[in-house]
Design a protein around this ligand. Sequence first.
Ligand SMILES: *Cc1c(COP(=O)(O)O)cnc(C)c1O
Length: 432
Amino acid sequence: MKYFSTNNPNNTVSFREAILQGLAKDKGLFRPSYIPQLTKTFLNSLNDLSFQEIALEVAKNFVDGEISNSELENIINSSISFPAPLAKLSDDFSILELFHGPTLAFKDFGARFMARTMEHFLKTENKEITILVATSGDTGSAVANGFYNVEGINVIVLFPGGKISKIQEKQITTLGNNITAIEIDGTFDDCQRLVKSAFVDEALKEKINLSSANSINIGRLIPQSFYYFESFKQLENSNKKIIYCVPSGNLGNLTAGLIAKKMGLPISKFIAATNANNVFTEYIDSGIFNPRASQITLSNAMDVGDPSNLARIISLYDDDYNLIKNVIFSKSFGDEETLRKMKEIKDQYDYIIDPHGAVGCLAIEKYKNNYGESFNSVVLETAHPAKFLDVFKNNLEFEPEIPERLSGCLDKESKIIKVSKDYKDFQEFLLS
Ligand SMILES: *Cc1c(COP(=O)(O)O)cnc(C)c1O
């Protein structure tokens, strides 16, 4: 299996290179050169397999011998080490809970798999690398946690001072060891700019081996396909069509679902649910892609104005907009509707859903109203509601309990290094 850049199919690299490079040199995104087909026997036997066994079978196709099967099994067992259960709210409506990992968001699957895969490749080369991540909250904690105590890798997380939630700050700053948290006296954009400047600083790169753990890394995408198979296994057999609804921002989760479908998983339709940042919904409706600055909403992990994975989706469907439109329905919803849906899900099913999942539930409702057909639907619950406690406290009359793995870090001591938003200061810190 080769991986090629969405900017140029002739620019191919190995799996190892794709993971370690992150972004292709021509700034495109790596994608598998073909989508492997899973056998009917495998798809019919999902019920007899554990989540880890399913993940291993799927992953083998993408790794294609570059990691031995026993080593790959170790990587999967240590990274995909928590469940992805379906909560059945009714006969044909389920919530796929992707928040059972250490930082309570689906990003744990991708970050942990990528971290351990990188560790494997670096170990054999006796190399040390430093990963820089700028975060507006969620990505930083998942990446920091994924790489925590991973040998040969140091992680430096830059976050904007006073602009992330207290829980998010604790998640990033209390790990210690190979994770260094830097508070930048500035905005998220300043953090991003500092990271980008470091990556083009040739003098710096001579002294430090820099890498990125950005969401565009194919090593984060591949493991996200695992839980589509795992959740499909948990659905009851029926003749109804199966629809997955994905609350979407950068479209990584959706792309992983489309890959699972192309590998043979019989999902008939995907619904991409968006908030007021509806660039992708517009694209599905009109074929016109008009990226723009993002706006702040209650489902803030979906506040994306220029979704990076669209290039991969277009490439997977051979640049054919009609094919894409056939597979994906999309709809966007505002904050008021989101709050209404959170309350409705609580009243109707006694289930507490987070703002991102609620946008997904709205989109399912809309699709049902538009098309009236009967189908079995799964909404991806991308984060635990306790991560958004403020949304509940400020707007609703109920709130979720805080799981221990989240409250646990609240009492721990933070270690923070403060750096100005001036690149010279950041560079000095990296060289010290
Ligand atoms: C990152 C994130 C999303 C968006 O996922 P994409 O793969 O970027 O589309 C949705 N919900 C939550 C809670 C997230 O953290």
